[in-house]
Design a protein around this ligand. Structure first.
Ligand code: PLP
Length: 459
């Protein structure tokens, strides 16, 4: 297949054959280059790393985009390393407007969408479904941007009060919140059905920012480099990363950084009770569970049974043989599973992956013990990461746990763990009182289509 430029993939979402886009090749970043990057601030580092993937954007333009995305007004503090105990730290990825790590990639996406659409004189109507974090990160990144509108479907009455207030209080004209009287999967089905109607998709210039979006993965690679640079002093040193995982997007970016030569010792994958990926990394068997059997847990953003980015990792496991990947997914469709146990030595030895599971009781224990030992309050997802990270710490190798959300978003579980409410950042203290703007409608594809027809940006 002919390679596609970064900006085309950005607007299309998928590769031309309907599969997931992956880079044709990855350069190796030499120790000397890594050392030179120590002096850069986050926006400068992001421009260096993203230039590798987005070679169709002029360097000066890219630098301006990352400067805007990672400005102090957006991230008052950018990816700080917060020590918990010797050898174990958090990498703070949740300092952005929606208090979750998705802001790190989405803020760059907001800048690059506006830039590319402006240059091409095009418009894009982003259609998505959310159960919380993705929708708000997308809306905060795209609010007020020229040439792009957002239509975000959410399950009416099924998000936390905080998440509702976060999304529905946005008053920007290009942001459309549609609360459907159904569950998340039904919202997702409506998105799939409209995006799968190619005539409708083309006529209304529909786009997506879901977790398979390649530009999001690329932007996430940056903070692995940043974390390594902050946790080491010289080029020979290794660092391990622990990642609370759902759709496998966050940790996939770590895998890419490692393949580019970043000295990562282990990529520690943490799941909650929905442990499909832990089973895979322990046994080589991949057995996703049906959506209806997915547990609703106290780390809800990881309640995923079918990790949409996992295919990109399997592609590397089978030596980038796209035909073999289709065979495996064919087998999955027929039998509900596939077995790569023969390749198990590759998982850890070649690619550095290990995994573990964390339960509700583990989350509460971990939130409590981290708070007691270090005074740091962590959210339930980050707690899953810390729990599993502790089981994989090795002498002399710093372990960085990616902090994927701040505790303020999950007050109920925090209260259950420590008997206190989490602090709310100052900028959000009046959130609950702000006016909300949301369109409630039936879970009906025709009503949603009709709303989009009436409100979509026209070219
Ligand atoms: C999205 C999310 C995750 C899961 O990240 P993936 O990239 O889907 O693996 C974990 N924690 C939080 C708080 C999230 O919002």
């Amino acid at each position: 297949m002919t390679p596609q430029p970064f900006c085309d993939i950005l607007l299309e979402g998928l590769a031309p054959d309907g599969g997931l886009a992956v880079p044709v090749s990855l350069p190796r970043i030499e120790a000397q280059t890594l050392e030179a990057w120590r002096a850069l601030d986050y926006a400068q580092l992001a421009a260096e790393v993203l230039a590798i993937f987005a070679d169709d954007i002029p360097r000066d333009d890219l630098a301006a985009l990352t400067r805007a995305a990672y400005a102090p007004e957006v991230f008052p503090s950018i990816a700080p390393v917060k020590p918990l105990r010797p050898g174990l730290s958090l990498l703070g990825l949740s300092e952005g407007p929606t208090l979750a790590f998705k802001d790190m990639a989405m803020q760059f996406l907001g800048q690059v969408f506006e830039y590319v659409l402006g240059r091409r004189g095009q418009v894009l109507n982003i259609l998505g479904a959310t159960s919380g974090d993705t929708g708000s990160a997308a809306e905060y990144a795209l609010r007020g941007k020229r040439g792009v509108s957002v239509f975000m479907l959410s399950p009416h009455g099924r998000m936390s009060a905080f998440q509702r207030a976060q999304m529905y209080s946005l008053q920007d004209e290009n942001i459309h919140n549609l609360a459907l009287t159904g569950v998340f999967d039904e919202c997702q089905d409506i998105v799939k059905s409209l995006a799968g109607d190619l005539e409708f998709k083309r006529r209304h210039h529909l786009g997506a920012v879901n977790s398979i979006n390649w530009a999001r993965i690329a932007a996430q690679v940056v903070y692995y480099f940043w974390g390594w640079l902050r946790a080491t002093e010289h080029s020979g040193q290794q660092v391990s990363f622990a990642v609370p995982s759902g759709n496998f997007g966050n940790i996939l970016a770590g895998h890419i950084a490692r393949r580019m030569g970043l000295p990562i010792r282990r990529l520690v994958l943490a799941t909650n009770e929905n442990n499909v990926l832990d089973e895979f990394f322990r046994t080589g068997r991949y057995r996703p569970i049906p959506a209806a059997q997915t547990y609703a847990t106290s780390s809800p953003s990881m309640d995923i049974s079918r990790a949409s980015n996992f295919e990109r990792f399997v592609y590397d496991l089978v030596d980038q043989d796209a035909g073999r990947v289709s065979e495996l997914w064919g087998e999955l469709a027929r039998t509900g599973e596939f077995d790569l146990s023969a390749l198990k030595p590759l998982f850890t030895e070649r690619y550095g992956f290990v995994s573990g599971v964390s339960s509700h009781a583990d989350r509460l224990d971990t939130i409590r013990s981290v708070h007691r030992e270090s005074g740091v309050l962590i959210d339930p997802h980050t707690a899953d990461g810390v729990k599993v990270a502790r089981d994989h710490i090795e002498d002399g190798i710093p372990m960085l746990v990616l902090e994927t959300a701040l505790p303020a978003k999950f007050a109920e579980t925090i209260h259950e763990a420590i008997g206190q409410e989490p602090p709310v950042p100052e900028a959000l203290q009046d959130l609950a009182g702000r006016d909300q703007r949301v369109e409630v409608m039936d879970c009906d594809v025709r009503q949603v289509a009709d709303y989009i027809r009436r409100h979509a940006l026209k070219a």
